[in-house]
Design a protein. Structure first.
Length: 50
């Protein structure tokens, strides 16, 4: 499997299919929050946030 980084995760969260998004959320333990001005997410697996 290709090594993934936060930029790749962000691309999938914005433009991925439902299946891709669900896989990323589960596999990389993504938590997220958003409002009308901001979108924030972090990966518990990668120990990074964006």
């Amino acid at each position: 499997m290709k090594k993934i980084n936060m930029s790749d995760i962000e691309d999938i969260l914005y433009d991925g299919t439902k299946e891709e998004i669900e896989r990323i959320l589960n596999e990389y333990k993504i938590s997220f929050s958003y409002n009308s001005n901001n979108f924030y997410f972090e990966s518990k697996k990668l120990f990074e946030n964006c």
